[in-house]
Design a protein around this ligand. Sequence first.
Ligand SMILES: Cc1cc2nc3c(=O)[nH]c(=O)nc-3n(C[C@H](O)[C@H](O)[C@H](O)COP(=O)(O)OP(=O)(O)OC[C@H]3O[C@@H](n4cnc5c(N)ncnc54)[C@H](O)[C@@H]3O)c2cc1C
Length: 503
Amino acid sequence: MSQLSRLEIVIAGGGTAGWVAAATFARFLDNRASITLVESDEIGTVGVGEATIPQIHNLIIGLGLDQAEFVRRTNATFKLGIEFDGWTGQGRSYMHSFGQTGRQVGLIPFRQLWLRGRSLGVAQEFGAYGFNIAAARLGRMATNTASNTVPELIYAYHFDASLFAKMLRDYAEERGVRRVEGRILDVERDGEDGDVTALTLNGERRVQGTFFIDCTGFRSLLVGKTLDVPYLDWSRWLPCDSALAVACKSSDAFRPYTQALSRPSGWQWRIPLQHRTGNGHVYCSKFMSDDEAASTLLANLDGAPLGDPRPIRFTSGRREKFWSHNCLALGLAAGFMEPLESTAIHLVQSALGRFLNLLPGDLSRTDSARDYFNRLSTIEWARVRDFIALHYFANEREGEFWELCRNMELPDTLLEKISLFREAGLVIREDEELFLDDSWGQVMIGQGIMPESWSPLADNVPGEDIGPFLDSVAKSYRVKTKSLPTHRQFVASLVGDKVKEHQ
Ligand SMILES: Cc1cc2nc3c(=O)[nH]c(=O)nc-3n(C[C@H](O)[C@H](O)[C@H](O)COP(=O)(O)OP(=O)(O)OC[C@H]3O[C@@H](n4cnc5c(N)ncnc54)[C@H](O)[C@@H]3O)c2cc1C
């Protein structure tokens, strides 16, 4: 009999992380493990986290969810990328879009042809060659199910995080996950090996298990408080420590992308959903008071606010170990990197994938799996941290906060990436890092880090052919984009009239 029959998984916490974990285990461990989730209605969830990256499809497809139903139930819209506004000065913006910019020619990366075209004076701005960008700017959206004549747009979703958690809860409970409502008062450990053995809840209840998933949010009750795994503070690279979140009425714009609008001491997000727009102001409390931050946010909403801004404090960083003893931390309990590139939910799914792939047959021998898991996760988190820090470092905004960011001492891994890029626009993906070379390229160029030269590979194309090639790429995307439905029409095609009611 499989050792998994001895696996009694207890998930502490029912925010997005807890329910993603519950649904994933229910789907992939089927009935070979018992799964219990404990959550407290009284404590509630952090209640933000509405933008995703395309890897969310791995979760949706992995769980076998239907896209239209998902879009309908979570009030989702589509996301083609993130527009960064004002990060290199007032009135300037660029987009970090999903997918590839332009078209590679044989082995020659598109960015190299663009750099050469730029030196010949025949290239437009880099963003002019992005299909996702062309569609985003015109407010168009389609997937290949709606039109087979266009190359697929690479997309993610914006959704209502609480509705998503609810959908996953239904999914998990239908597949046998037991939900226990209650407040965790204590965590019991084995006197010999220190493993967690049970959670003690109010009402003198006890939930015991053989493996525990800490999804208790910033509290990190198991891995942080009980197992005492230290927290590594990354605020010297990610200096913002506060956020205010407020929803407002939907605007007419209904953009198929997130906006990240720079502000005097941070930035503001705008996330359009079907029924409302999610907004937030992420800022550094050393440079801005909460009152100033709230006024800045409220003065820059697209529609009437639907409540008061809700404050959230955080320290960007991570637990020194994600998996300690028989306990795995996920979501905010594992750490948090501020939401500039919408990476948090992805880190939950990727950790779950890694964990399931490393689950040994013999559960008494998890040491190697645990070490390997922690090592790979450490690399993954550091690369994401570098990518976000790049936006802050390479800014061209005025003001004390932004000056501090420009002068920060960078991690060696990021310094190396920037030097390589400055030389000839080179980026090579390392260690299965999350962001691919085109993402690094878009953000480097968008933030004003311009390569001094290009790879000799680009010299394989005759100079006189470069301009016409670049023009044909940009034109083809413009033409294809015009044939697409508007974002609103496309969402309405999935959810019916529901989206129109909110206009
Ligand atoms: C400002 C901000 C913006 C964000 N934006 C994005 C984004 O755009 N995209 C993205 O991917 N992510 C984003 N995130 C991250 C995202 O919100 C979280 O990763 C996600 O919600 C997961 O949270 P969680 O489940 O770990 O924690 P929480 O939502 O805080 O859930 C914690 C759970 O633990 C339970 N709990 C805690 N203590 C106890 C106890 N004593 N007893 C019983 N239960 C307990 C609570 O009841 C709750 O169910 C953002 C985060 C912040 C702070």
